[in-house]
Design a protein around this ligand. Structure first.
Ligand SMILES: [Zn+2]
Ligand SMILES: [Zn+2]
Length: 337
């Protein structure tokens, strides 16, 4: 083939892709393209797993006629899992830049309100609002107060975004932004898991685990009744069941791991990269510095508030948290509060 033909072909292919990107601008970004592909793969996998079951399993169809609520419950879980996946994937993990905007807006609003009242004094209890007036950068002051006194500013200024990071925030190179209470960047969801969507992520893995286990149970039930019939159907079902069981084990372990993180108020990043985090590297491994107790941790995890602005504990507080448990501590439920 002549060189000019090759050039013409590649040019026409480029113009086709340009036209495609004009109609679907999200496809122009390779990262968004791959995350869209992953989402499509996930939906197809779910449809294939449930579809094959309803296609092959005549007993299930018969059971649906007799007890429609059983299949309705399964389909409800199926739908809820997919909806939760998309809600988590499309939600913001809580970017530092958004928190800065919110704090600045709040500062401007309070300043205007104070001017109208002829006073610059703000009497609010929220630690977020306390240092907003009389300071050029309310966010910087708030962040500085959350770190231990004397901490060099270079330790918490992001060299990529040039913003002040509150404790527990981290820059994500995939999202190219700093994320509050950074947990990890989830490739499967195509987004970061952080302060704002960690709870949604937990619910997603909970629903996905339940769906996988129920589907595995239906596959086992089918094989138990129909194993001696058509061999190729059984082979397909066995192969799919093996993958399903492996996914279920992985999801259950992930669910247990994240439940442990929630109960101890830790993140995956803090647990794995503890030595790299300046304010955690000197803390003994058995001590969870941000632990508020097994009752308060899930409450703040679910109900949020301004809990992304967590102060680095002082050496005295750390010493108190690392104190060994006594019988009195067990009686007074020290681990809970
Ligand atoms: Zn950053
Ligand atoms: Zn990310």
């Amino acid at each position: 083939m002549a060189f000019t033909d090759l050039c013409r072909q590649s040019c026409s292919r480029a113009s086709e892709s340009d036209r495609c990107y004009r109609y679907f601008p999200c496809l122009a970004d390779p990262a968004r393209r791959s995350s869209l592909c992953l989402r499509l793969v996930l939906v197809i996998m779910h449809l294939v797993y449930a579809g094959i079951l309803f296609l092959f399993d005549k007993d299930l169809i018969e059971k649906t006629r007799r007890e429609p609520w059983y299949t309705a419950l399964y389909l409800l879980l199926f739908l809820a899992t997919l909806v939760q996946y998309f809600i988590t994937a499309c939600s913001s993990p809580g970017y530092v830049i958004d928190a800065i905007k919110a704090v600045s807006l709040l500062a401007n609003y309070n300043r205007d309100a104070s001017k109208k009242n002829g006073s610059f004094v703000v009497t609010v209890d929220d630690p977020l609002r306390r240092n907003l007036l009389g300071c050029d950068s309310p966010w910087s002051k708030t962040v500085m107060d959350l770190h231990l006194p004397g901490t060099p500013t270079r330790n918490y200024i992001c060299s990529y975004c040039n913003v002040d990071q509150p404790p527990r925030a981290k820059h994500c190179h995939d999202c190219d932004r700093c994320v509050l209470k950074f947990d990890h960047h989830c490739t499967w969801l195509g987004t970061c898991i952080g302060y704002s969507n960690h709870c949604r992520f937990w619910w997603y893995i909970f629903l996905e685990s339940a769906l996988c286990l129920w589907t595995a149970f239906l596959y086992i039930n089918y094989l138990h009744i129909n194993i001696s019939q058509t061999w190729w159907k059984s082979a397909i079902m066995v192969a799919m069941l093996i993958f399903l069981l492996m996914s279920s084990i992985f999801l259950l372990l992930l669910l247990l791991f994240h439940s442990y993180l929630i109960l101890t108020n830790q993140t995956t990043y803090e647990l794995i990269r503890r030595q790299r985090i300046s304010y955690l590297s000197h803390v003994p491994r058995r001590v969870c510095p941000f632990n508020r107790g097994m009752c308060r941790n899930p409450y703040y995890f679910c109900c949020g508030g301004s809990s992304y602005l967590e102060r680095v504990p002082t050496p005295h507080e750390l010493e108190e948290r690392s104190r060994p448990y006594t019988c009195w501590d067990a009686l007074t439920c020290r681990c809970c509060f």
